[in-house]
Write a protein that binds this ligand. Structure first.
Ligand code: NAP
Length: 329
């Protein structure tokens, strides 16, 4: 088989992202420029670059105090935020989301200081060149794109770092992907089994990690909802095609083409961050939960992601994993 055919998943995903971006749809949602976040504390993951940095910049510009746990690029991220919001309060912390111990240490620090977050943005994500396994024995994408978010959110909720009694409710915004639609259904017995796959199958496995995320997010929104509204509001989105570093591990032969396509057709991180900022701060969303945006439009996630039976099974299975990390070595 020729290489372009073998890499059909990546090519299809890239073209679909471009088509989505340029399909005319009329005006979508947009956060009014006057909305302010003064006095609010937001934690954003994956803010060292790309979409996460743009989200952090947008939040800081509106007055939020930022906590940015990063794996690398701390000084550059801080400088980039201060460049757009010189008065911003920004704190860079360390985290490697592929390390359960590192996520636990981050949560310990936040708990010990008595932090109370108004907003959590789970944005970090990864697309490796081929299958990679984390020290915990998990597929890297399943670990970073999905399970690290489960670990972080559950710890922050259990510690009260993400309070359930804030009025209006605190918000959690998670960055997923439309790639979840083309993933095979979740197999409850195999979702956490690491598989060996090559570059050609990476996008399929990326979609799988995002389907796990969206299914879990739907369940999280259901569990945090109540008769008087959500204790904590939970929203998710696909930002569409973003000109970021997400494809930095793409094979050498395809990288120049991808870089050209990204520069020409993909949205800048600043533009792509607008739907995330809307979910983070739009006042008319108070009292609502479980909103999913694709670009700037509300949409339903794939039926399998919103299936309560799938969600409940995944909640228990993923919960067992992350709770074991809490007490484990
Ligand atoms: N770009 C797109 O077209 C697109 C489309 C749909 C969805 N998304 C989603 O958008 C989100 C942001 O991606 P992006 O496009 O901005 O990609 P990016 O430029 O590669 O940024 C990814 C961010 O995640 C961080 N990260 C990755 N692995 C980590 C780990 N183990 N521990 C801590 N941080 C880690 C990276 O940190 P380092 O700087 O240390 O690597 C970086 O800050 C992801 O969830 C992605 O799946 C992107």
């Amino acid at each position: 088989m020729s290489q372009p055919t073998r890499h059909g998943g990546a090519v299809r995903a890239t073209l679909a992202g471009i088509v989505d971006r340029f399909t005319p749809r009329g005006p979508g949602v947009r956060l009014d420029p006057t909305v302010r976040l003064d006095g609010q504390t937001a934690l954003v993951t994956g803010a060292s670059r790309g979409l996460g940095l743009a989200i952090a910049q947008g939040l800081a510009h509106r007055g939020a105090r930022l906590i940015l746990p990063c794996r690398s690029g701390h000084a550059e991220a801080e400088a980039a935020v201060l460049a757009v919001a010189p008065e911003a309060q920004v704190e860079l912390l360390d985290v490697d989301l592929a390390s359960p111990a590192s996520v636990e240490a981050l949560c310990d620090t936040l708990r010990d200081r008595g932090e109370r977050l108004d907003l959590l943005v789970c944005n970090a994500g990864v697309v490796p060149a081929r299958a990679r396994t984390t020290p915990a024995g998990l597929d890297l994408m399943v670990h970073v794109n999905f399970l690290a978010n489960v670990q972080l959110v559950r710890r922050l909720l259990d510690d009260g770092t993400l309070p359930r009694d804030r009025q209006p409710p605190a918000r959690i915004v998670l960055v997923g992907s439309e790639a979840h639609r083309s993933a095979p259904p979740i197999d409850p017995d195999r979702w956490d089994r690491a598989e060996d796959y090559g570059t050609a199958a990476v996008i399929d496995h990326y979609g799988r990690s995002k389907l796990l995320l969206h299914a879990w997010v739907c369940e999280l929104a259901r569990r945090l909802d109540g008769p008087d509204g959500p204790q904590v509001a939970v929203h998710h989105l696909c930002p569409g095609a973003v000109a970021s570093s997400i494809a930095r591990e793409a094979p050498g032969w395809v990288k120049p083409l991808l870089d050209l396509l990204m520069r020409t057709f993909f949205a800048s991180p600043a533009k792509a961050s607008l739907p995330a900022l809307y979910l983070a701060a739009e006042p008319t969303l108070d009292g609502r939960t479980g909103v999913y945006l694709h670009l700037d439009r509300a949409r339903d996630v794939a039926a399998t992601a919103s299936d309560p039976e799938v969600g409940a099974t995944l909640w228990d299975a993923a919960g067992a994993r992350v709770l074991a990390w809490r007490s484990g070595p």
